[in-house]
Design a binder for this molecule. Structure first.
Ligand code: FAD
Length: 198
């Protein structure tokens, strides 16, 4: 018999886990992850820097809001998720101007070399520095989301790859590993690529 949830989240990376921790307690939530461990893919390895000057407007806005949320949570954690860590962008005058935003200040060639002596002096002509950027302790952030999600009643099921999903009335019928689920809302948080099936 299928287990029923208001929301079924596919994928236990930062997107799925943060959504589960935000929703749990307000409705019934389950998260299914294909791998035996959570955040096995990019979330645990790559999401290590939060850069307010990076990306298009919408990404920058999301980064600023994310920083606010994590900073508020950091006050309650034994060690912080965020650590101030500047971000430097190098290139041509044109590329640095194009890629940097108002959060990034132009710095001299000499200052860039001083900050990062490993740079090859002739390899760039302009540099920008974002001093409002933060290093992110991704494993701690992920563990905190998991803890909060489960404490608020979310079910987290690992080793259960979603292999089928079909409409059932106004909701969904989903097969994951050996399990069957019904959910009012199905969330695809299976990562940047297409949802992988067996
Ligand atoms: C080299 C590199 C550097 C990066 N640097 C940064 C950085 O400094 N700062 C930053 O903010 N971001 C950075 N990113 C981007 C960031 O890592 C990703 O945007 C983020 O981790 C994506 O998280 P996610 O939860 O969407 O996906 P994922 O972490 O990929 O999680 C998706 C999960 O879904 C699961 N899944 C997939 N298919 C199924 C299925 N059928 N059934 C069940 N589960 C399934 C996967 O196993 C996986 O665990 C970087 C990315 C890369 C590649």
């Amino acid at each position: 018999m299928a287990a029923h949830y208001d929301v079924l989240i596919v994928g236990g990376g930062i997107a799925g886990l943060s959504l589960a921790s935000a929703l749990a307690g307000n409705c019934s939530v389950a998260l299914v992850e294909a791998e035996q461990e959570l955040a096995y893919h990019t979330s645990s390895r790559s999401a290590r820097q939060l850069i307010p000057s990076y990306g298009p407007d919408v990404v920058r806005e999301l980064t600023v809001r994310t920083l606010e949320l994590i900073a508020a949570r950091d006050a309650q954690l034994p060690e912080p998720v965020l650590t101030p860590r500047s971000f430097m962008l190098i290139g041509t005058e044109e590329s640095v101007r194009a890629e940097g935003s108002g959060h990034m200040n132009a710095i001299t060639h000499e200052r860039a070399l001083e900050l990062c002596p490993a740079l090859v002096p002739g390899a760039f002509s302009a540099a920008g520095l974002d001093t409002g950027s933060f290093g992110c302790n991704a494993p701690l952030l992920l563990a905190d989301h998991r803890l909060r999600a489960e404490a608020a009643g979310a079910d987290i099921i690992t080793g259960a790859r979603v292999h089928s999903a079909q409409r059932l009335g106004s909701g969904w019928e989903v097969g994951a590993g050996q399990e069957a689920f019904e959910a009012g809302v199905l969330v695809n948080a299976a990562g940047p690529g297409p949802m992988k099936s067996p």
